[in-house]
Design a protein around this ligand. Sequence first.
Ligand SMILES: [Fe+2]
Ligand SMILES: [Fe+2]
Length: 373
Amino acid sequence: MEQSGRSIGSFSAPKMLVGVIDANESHRRQVAQALVSFYQVATYSTAADAVADLGKRPLCALLVDQSAPPRGGGDFVRLIRSGNLFAGVPIVFTGTGDENTLRHQAAECGADCFLAKPFRRSLLIRAISQQINKTVEKKWEALPAASRRALVGTMDVYNSFSDVVEKGEPVAYAQVLSACGPLVEAVGMQEHKEILASIRSHDNYSYAHSLGTATLLVLFGYAIGLKDPDLSLLGSGGLLHDIGKMSIPYDVLNKADPLTPEELTLVKSHVPLTLQFLGQSAELPKNLLVIAAEHHERLDGSGYPRGLKGSELNELSRMAAIVDVFCAMSERRVYRPAISAEAALSIMVEGMSSQLDQTLLALFREMLLDTGR
Ligand SMILES: [Fe+2]
Ligand SMILES: [Fe+2]
């Protein structure tokens, strides 16, 4: 969707590529099956095959088995680390036998972490995800100061939520606000593009979605003339709006196949879970709770959890719904690739005209065109 030579730019990211080197055919197949929903996977029986094929392709992580022919995975990883091959690509070392020996082998050859076979699918995905995020977060160091502070601050506070949720403690709003200050500042300096680009490859999808929502809500706020403290409230609301998802099993949130009715009910329960969690903190502004409570409500009453409609939904709920839908569509999911910004907006205009506030949506689209690359 283009207008007067302006373009919305890219918000989405393709699947990232993971290389797997393992002499054992059935293990290669198992790993590929485990990862295929999340990543593009290329498997090889020898290191030489991997080098020949992957040399020029942008890898996000490499799994090297200790038995990788011809001279073993340890030798191959040492070779990589002593030259320019796969520079900066995180390496997960896999193998059988005693865990301490494997840990030692991995550290000694320069791998970033190790996994002892047989490993669970969730452990494999978590290990790769952590390594990818380390690489992504390292790149933040080169960003302009405000964007860097926004990313690091919100990442820290978001990570702290998982402990807070687990212990049932209230959210410290002062911490959230201080993390959102640099976000409001960075968006005010038109650095939202840097922030959105920086989280595009981040593998913590909940964090990336929450910060993306926060960033675009703040940008939306600026576009309609809001000032602080309203802008900070939009940022905080975006960051906290799906926090209840932390209590929903990872396997359900990241299921590649269609959800069963029970699983769908479980996913939808993230709204009451979020409210229950946020309700423990007496200091949170009421409007922040509105964002969390009503971002899945729709003007025609088809939303959840309360099926509110029309005038029951204020401007804030309507903005939150637009930004949440746009961010979710623009993000890669295990069950579908990312949808381009233009296609997402077309769906929101043509397919959701009775559900989303079309006047605000037109403003949102104009804002993206004005600020797009
Ligand atoms: Fe949500
Ligand atoms: Fe959301």
